[in-house]
Design a protein around this ligand. Structure first.
Ligand code: SF4
Length: 267
């Protein structure tokens, strides 16, 4: 059986999991095995997603499950993306109830781990949330195939999409596809508010030419797209020291040649 959610297009034998560890061949059917299995739930400032130009100053109920369709050794959230921690089952109806009853909440952000691998859950929740007039936010690595994206995109109000590097080799070394992430940013920005984030890692993606090329490409979609340069800290399999603040500010100056809104985060 083949899963067609993301560019891995995994062929999954009976009772085995795909690359992401979240989808499974159960009796000849591909199922979303992490459906409703919530590992993290918190009311966060929307700026923490980060979204700086969408309902600024508001708070949003943020949920995550487990698994990821990339395998980044520097993952800042590896405890849930690369492991299967304890979880609580939260049905879409229950999530809606929590969202409605949380004071000052504007909607639900699917975040912390990669939400698109929980495709059916996100879709079911998003339909209920939209009907109730709440906002739907996705924080994603942008690794989703065109067909599931076409189904999901009309239900999403805002995305923060990781463009991890301007480098196809970087993507293939970390289990992703460079062309896919570029297409997602282009498609999502036609129907929703989009902001883009790059986690800057020393000696991996901190070249000025690379950030300039990324910013120039983003500006061709729209120079108004907010761009976040985020600071890496040693985690998981990477022991390189945290990104120097000077590197982030230098890269921000380069990105500002092309984009109107450039922010440096986690400094
Ligand atoms: S979502 Fe998971 S199972 Fe499906 S193709 Fe991607 S990595 Fe494979």
């Amino acid at each position: 059986m083949k899963c067609d959610i993301c560019p891995h297009n995994c062929s999954i034998p009976e009772n085995r999991y795909g690359f992401c560890g979240a989808r499974k061949n159960a009796g000849g059917v591909i199922v979303c095995d992490n459906y409703g299995k919530i590992t993290s739930l918190a009311l966060d400032p929307i700026e923490k997603k980060p979204l700086y130009h969408f309902l600024a100053g508001s708070k949003i109920l943020s949920v995550g499950s487990y698994g990821c369709n990339m395998k980044c050794g520097f993952c800042q959230n590896y405890t849930i993306s690369q492991n299967k921690p304890s979880y609580e089952y939260v049905s879409p109806e229950r999530l809606l109830e929590i969202a409605i009853n949380t004071p000052d909440n504007v909607g639900v952000a699917f975040t912390y781990n990669e939400p698109t691998i929980s495709f059916e859950y996100v879709l079911d929740c998003a339909k209920l949330l939209k009907e109730a007039g709440l906002k739907v936010v996705l924080v994603s690595n942008g690794q989703i195939n065109p067909s599931p994206l076409a189904e999901l995109a009309p239900l999403v109000d805002a995305w923060n999409i990781d463009v991890k590097a301007w480098n196809a080799d970087f993507y293939s070394r970390h289990g992703g596809d460079f062309e896919t992430v570029k297409r997602i940013v282009e498609v999502a920005s036609r129907t929703a508010h989009v902001e883009v984030t790059t986690l800057v890692i020393p000696n991996e993606n901190d070249g000025g030419g690379e950030i300039a090329a990324l910013a120039e490409w983003l500006a061709a979609i729209s120079p108004e797209i907010p761009y976040h340069l985020s600071r890496y800290f040693p985690r998981y399999k990477y022991e390189a020291p945290q990104t120097p603040k000077e590197t982030l500010f230098r890269l921000a100056e380069i990105a500002k040649r092309y984009l109107r809104y450039v922010y440096v985060g986690n400094v």
